[in-house]
Design a protein around this ligand. Structure first.
Ligand SMILES: *[C@@H]1O[C@H](CO)[C@@H](O)[C@H](O)[C@H]1NC(C)=O
Ligand SMILES: *[C@@H]1O[C@H](CO)[C@@H](O)[C@H](O)[C@H]1NC(C)=O
Length: 427
């Protein structure tokens, strides 16, 4: 959602899946204790595994078969499945009904409110398996990352935006993020993973070239870190973040000069966590340390990243979650007393020096308890696009005018829930 991040989808679909699993588990758990027949028992065979001087015993290691072809194991799995079906066979209709009911309440062919980017309006529909989807700076090409197996190892394809024809060699073994560079449509940056599926290398790819001749921009060899790639809202810089459990640091790439490679923006310091964005002559940094655990916001000039200005200090009772930059504004997403707050501050002209943030205002919502997320605003605009929802309000897309403070409802998600009180007498 921030600075260099995209917004993730609402979590309701996985919650539904979790609910249905839980219900089935409860039912089958109850059956197991009263059911008939003997479950198949896997044979135990002790297998010692040693890592970093630690030895552990795995009695079921023999059940591992990465080729999925061992006849003995396949036959055992069939027995397990057979047993499960025999135990839960009388819930089949209930499962189907429940699944149909949940699907029936989801608008599957939903589309988002259109968002303007340059001369075009874009909207999105959910497409199975596709994660990253990036239109080139001149709107002529689309690069997208696709995973058709569900293992989250993606392949990048580039197509012509008008004809849909494939225009480049697919890039394999990548994570679901990529960002275009330069003002033409020549190149983009992507990230690959090592054997343990840790994102570890950032690459620059030129259209028309083989993946094997791409330029490696950075290799994070420390396996406690993984890489992340984001574009600033201004689209002038890319950030490659290297993140561990308690530390994160950033490099930047000037998209008009990709041949310069990555430059250090925030250095690696144990226990310090930074995320970054850009506007005008400055980089903006959200910084969390052991002492300033709720984060502070600082800025530095493009010319000298060690010359910093404090924009928003650390506060004990307010957590700074994220920042989002616009040509004339900075939006600070905070959490206070459990509630998300969206604070807006005007910024001086891009050439002016920055001082601490003053005179901001908070976006107001009618419901006393709510959730709010940013959703795809345009950097050059003064309209902030927000997704708002509460216990009684479905996801609603708002255009909030940061100059006038006026909100306009653009889209409200269709739901067909009925509220009623029911008693469960017996299972
Ligand atoms: C951060 O995590 C590493 C690895 O677990 C640990 O060695 C280090 O002491 C931690 N640093 C801080 C400041 O907590
Ligand atoms: C960058 O800023 C720091 C801190 O103000 C200063 O010590 C350093 O000399 C500056 N570097 C350059 C190249 O101006």
């Amino acid at each position: 959602m921030s600075s260099f991040q995209e917004v993730s989808d609402p979590a309701c679909s996985w919650m539904l899946v979790l609910c249905i699993r839980l219900l089935l588990l409860l039912r089958s758990g109850w059956r197991m204790t009263t059911g008939n027949g003997n479950p198949p028992m896997a044979k135990k065979a002790s297998h010692l595994m040693e890592m970093l001087g630690d030895v552990r015993v795995d009695n079921y290691y023999r059940l591992r078969d990465d080729s999925r072809s061992n006849p003995e194991l396949l036959s055992y799995l069939k027995q397990e499945n057979h047993y499960t079906h025999s135990i839960v066979s009388d819930t089949k209709k209930f499962e189907d009904d429940l699944y149909a009911e949940i699907r029936g309440r989801i608008k599957e062919d939903d589309v988002s409110a259109p968002v303007r980017r340059g001369a075009y309006y874009y909207y999105h529909r959910t497409l199975e398996g596709i994660a990253a989807f990036e239109v080139s700076p001149n709107h002529k090409l689309v690069a997208y990352a696709e995973d058709t197996k569900g293992d989250e190892i993606y392949t990048i394809y580039v197509i012509d935006a008008h004809t849909g024809a494939l225009v480049d060699n697919p890039l394999v073994g990548v994570i679901a993020s990529l960002e275009w560079v330069t003002n033409g449509d020549g190149a983009f940056v992507y990230i690959t993973m090592d054997q343990t599926l840790r994102p570890h290398q950032a690459w620059l790819h030129k259209l028309g070239e083989e993946q094997s001749s791409d330029t490696c921009l950075y290799h994070q060899k420390d396996d406690t870190f993984s890489l992340d790639l984001q574009a600033s809202e201004s689209k002038k810089f890319l950030s490659v973040a290297s993140e561990s459990k308690n530390t994160s640091f950033n490099f930047y790439l000037d998209v008009s000069k990709p041949e310069d490679g990555l430059q250090v923006l925030t250095p690696r310091v144990d226990g310090i966590d930074t995320s970054v964005s850009h506007r005008g002559n400055h980089f903006f940094i959200k910084k969390r340390t052991h002492e300033f655990f709720n984060s502070e916001v600082i800025a530095c000039t493009l010319d000298n990243t060690s010359e910093t200005t404090l924009l928003l200090p650390h506060r004990e009772s307010v957590k700074i979650q994220d920042i989002q930059l616009f040509n004339n504004h900075i939006v600070v997403y905070e959490r206070e007393k459990g509630l998300p707050k969206v604070n807006i501050y005007g910024l001086p002209d891009a050439e002016e020096p920055l001082k601490s943030l003053q005179g901001g205002h908070t976006v107001e919502f009618v419901d006393p308890i709510y959730s709010v997320e940013p959703s795809g605003s345009q950097f050059t605009s003064s309209i902030l696009q927000l997704d708002h929802s509460s216990m009684k309000t479905p996801h609603s897309g708002y255009d909030y005018d940061m100059k006038t403070g006026i909100s306009v409802l653009k889209k409200i998600k269709t739901v067909s829930y009925i509220t009623k009180l029911v008693f469960c007498i017996d299972f």
